[in-house]
Write a protein that binds this ligand. Structure first.
Ligand code: RB5
Length: 148
């Protein structure tokens, strides 16, 4: 399943991305926010991160003003690899190399056409599965589990 979420600053772009996904025939679940009323991106980032981790192959899209707050917050949940991207090359490579499971971008930064390209690149690109990338991802998990 693909999950999508935003705060108030990403709300308008989220609505446009939803329309695009719908027209493209891609199933998704919208976890809010549902208006332009001010809210904390941390709440949506946590909710979406937990949903993404429920099943292998789940992916998420998080939109705030810049994409940065959402990515910082999402990456605090163990197992989330959230990438804040502003061009499609990184959105593609973060799937291939980092097996990123959450894409973040900014409603105050990214235009519609670019947002759709980011989403396409992210959801259509599989993880390469190459040993060197797997090894580095395992090392990211070791950092998450490090207790000092
Ligand atoms: C909200 O004003 C803004 O701070 C938020 O959307 C995001 O850009 C944070 O990183």
């Amino acid at each position: 399943m693909l999950y999508i979420g935003s705060d108030h600053a990403g709300f308008q772009l989220k609505e446009s991305v939803k329309k695009y996904l719908h027209e493209t025939g891609i199933e998704f679940t919208d976890l809010g926010t549902h208006s332009e009323n001010s809210c904390d991106y941390t709440v949506i980032a946590k909710e979406l991160s937990d949903k993404v981790l429920e099943k292998d192959n789940n992916l998420g899209i998080l939109i705030c003003g810049t994409g940065v707050g959402m990515s910082i917050a999402a990456n605090k949940t163990k197992g989330i690899r959230a990438a804040c991207c502003s061009e499609p090359y990184s959105a593609k490579l973060t799937r291939q190399h980092n097996n990123a499971n959450v894409l973040c971008f900014g409603g105050r930064v990214i235009g519609l056409g670019l947002a759709f390209e980011l989403v396409d690149a992210f959801i259509k690109t599989p993880f390469s599965g190459e040993a060197r990338h797997m090894d580095r991802i395992n090392k990211i998990s070791q950092i998450e589990n490090y207790e000092g």
